[in-house]
Every structure is written in structure tokens, then in C-alpha cells.
Design a protein around this ligand. Structure first.
Ligand code: CUA
Length: 153
């Protein structure tokens, strides 16, 4: 084999190994692996299953709130959430029909909400304002209308 060829094979193999070590370290040592798909739910019975039988926002701690949310074509329930600035908000979500997205503009929150699975995500809104929430997974003819807002006061 040509020497240059051997060199390039060695370099590309080395890069692959470095990437695998970095990803492995992030996933197993730092626990940065995707946390989804752990809890499941019968998508036909979302309305009868706790806590989704009563979607809404509730105060669960000194400075902590829980938002139980269902996503369905083409909206978010509850709509127009309001939380105080600086509070930790735990979102618990599922879909009643097809795969939807949960993206909060101006934050790094961007989750996929699938029927049959419970998605949990926490965020602290430090800055007051109106945050736009968008569905970023194509879910049907009304997909582009599927949005809501989170008001942080
Ligand atoms: Cu829901 Cu797109």
C-alpha cells in the first residue's frame, strides 16, 4: 500500500476513535445522553391517565412549578402559561395523536413529543417576557398554526 494511503487511513481511524471517546464520555460519564423514551403511556387513554387527566400548571415547591401538558393537532393544552421569573418549571408532556415538537424560542429547549411516550424537561426562565412555543415536527395540515406562549413575569 502507498505510504500516503496508510497515513490517511491512520488519521481517519484516529479521528473516529477520538469522536467515539468524546461521545462516550459525554453520554456515560457526564450523563448527557438523550433522556427520552423512558416512561410510556397508552396514547388512546391520555385523558384518563394521571397526570394528563388534569393538564395545567401547579406550584410544587418554593420556587418550582409543574406544567402537565398534552399536545394534539393542532395545539398545546394548557394554552398561555404564566410563571414567575427565576422559577424552575418542570414540563411533563405527551401527545394524544401524532409526533409533535416542543420548542421554546430564545431558549435551548427543543423536544420531540411522541404518542405513547412521556417527555420531561425542566427550565428556569430567568428573563421576564413572552416566550413563543412552537411545534417543530410536521404534524398535519394545521402544523404551522400550532403555537402558544409562556409568559414570564
Ligand atoms: Cu404539532 Cu406540528
Amino acid at each position: 500500500m502507498h505510504r500516503l494511503e496508510e497515513m490517511w487511513i491512520a488519521i481517519s481511524t484516529g479521528i473516529l476513535i477520538i469522536f467515539m471517546v468524546v461521545v462516550g464520555y459525554q453520554t456515560f460519564a457526564l450523563g448527557m445522553g438523550p433522556p427520552s423514551n423512558k416512561e410510556t403511556i397508552d396514547p388512546q387513554k391520555v385523558d384518563q391517565t394521571e397526570p394528563f387527566d388534569e393538564p395545567g400548571i401547579s406550584k410544587i415547591g418554593d420556587n418550582e412549578y409543574e406544567v402537565v401538558m398534552t399536545l394534539q393537532a393542532f395545539g398545546f393544552t394548557p394554552n398561555n402559561i404564566e410563571v414567575p421569573a427565576g422559577a424552575k418549571v418542570n414540563f411533563i408532556m405527551t401527545s394524544k395523536d401524532v409526533t409533535h415538537g416542543f420548542q421554546i424560542a430564545g431558549t435551548n429547549i427543543n423536544a420531540m413529543v411522541m404518542p405513547g411516550h412521556i417527555q420531561k424537561i425542566s427550565h428556569t426562565f430567568d428573563k421576564p417576557g413572552e416566550y413563543l412555543v412552537l411545534c417543530n415536527e410536521y404534524c398535519g395540515t394545521g402544523h404551522q398554526l400550532m403555537s402558544t406562549t409562556i409568559t414570564v413575569k
